[in-house]
Design a protein around this ligand. Sequence first.
Ligand code: 8YV
Length: 295
Amino acid sequence: MLAERFDVEEGGDLRRQAAGAAALVADPTVPVDGELLDAAGDTLRVVANFAVGYDNIDVEACRARGVVVTNTPDVLTNANAALAVALMLAAARRLGEAERLVRAGRWTGWEPGQLLGRELSGTVVGILGLGRIGRRVAELLRGFDVSLLGTSRSPHPDVEQRLAVDRVSFDELVGRSDFVTLHVPLSEETRHLIDDDALARFKPGAILVNTARGGLIDSAALVSALRAGRLAGAGLDVYENEPKVPQELAELENVVLAPHIGSATATTRDAMASLVAENVIAVLEGHDPVTPVWR
Ligand code: 8YV
């Protein structure tokens, strides 16, 4: 879509390529800061992020330069929420461990007490952040017979009622939930939201799932809580310093690890790509962006 209309350059030296560009297409691995914006210069009109999260972008710096910022909401909501549910089940049913056993040829036959996991049914699931993705998690969990708790900045009684979610405080959520799943954006306010202090307030034996951003969790605190048995397990798709994954996590049997694949379905990635292109085209052709973060 972009190449039909504009000169598109991919990869290479970012700062050099940015010079004189009218649009930058970035993803969360690309920090878009004042320096990059200055390298682009005053030709730049839009930064289109290939992601819903835009913690990689200095939005204030864009605003100060009159550069529009866009992201890709909605189109990945279902894919990300589904992966959160998959990680909940994988951690609870010890799928990682089970798969490693089979692949290593160590499975010696059916045993009644082998790899006993936990049911999701009958448990309390805490959804930290009742935005688009958090709400979708609540919908997907309907068939599992769970009780749902959630947090959100402001109340939405209609939504809470429709989803049968009880809106509670952070402390109440972590204290009562058997599963805690993170669906808030990363910001200075939420960085290390899950630290030693928070983990000490979790219900003992809870399972933590993160398909949002690695920076929400203090990894060292998570490792300690898992080692101490304070948490029974974790399902992680995102990490603090991607693509680095702490070795201590990789060594723990009760942790399921995925490589940031929350939106990685063919249909979702196609839809994200189209939305990125539509945003760039709209701005460069003088129209309103489709999904602006700021304009
Ligand atoms: C992206 C994501 O696929 O949307 C986000 O915020 O983290 C993922 O959906 C990934 O960041 C690559 O762009």
